[in-house]
Design a protein around this ligand. Structure first.
Ligand SMILES: [Zn+2]
Length: 61
């Protein structure tokens, strides 16, 4: 059972995955995730990189 709320990749997200804000005229996509602004896209990328680093540490241990 998965209780983690997740945006379906094949559907259009209604809100930004980072700040949960509504989308304006422009949408930014990063890793198939819809984001409302460049700032959120940057935050998302930073988070992804952090996740990857964390995973690598987990594998190395
Ligand atoms: Zn946002």
């Amino acid at each position: 059972m998965r209780n983690i709320p997740q945006y379906p990749w094949n559907c259009e997200a209604k809100r930004c995955a980072i700040c949960d804000g509504k989308f304006g005229l422009v949408r930014y996509y990063c890793w198939r995730t819809a984001l409302c602004s460049k700032k959120c896209a940057l935050r998302f990328k930073t988070r992804q990189e952090g996740d990857r680093r964390w995973l690598r540490q987990l594998h190395a241990a």
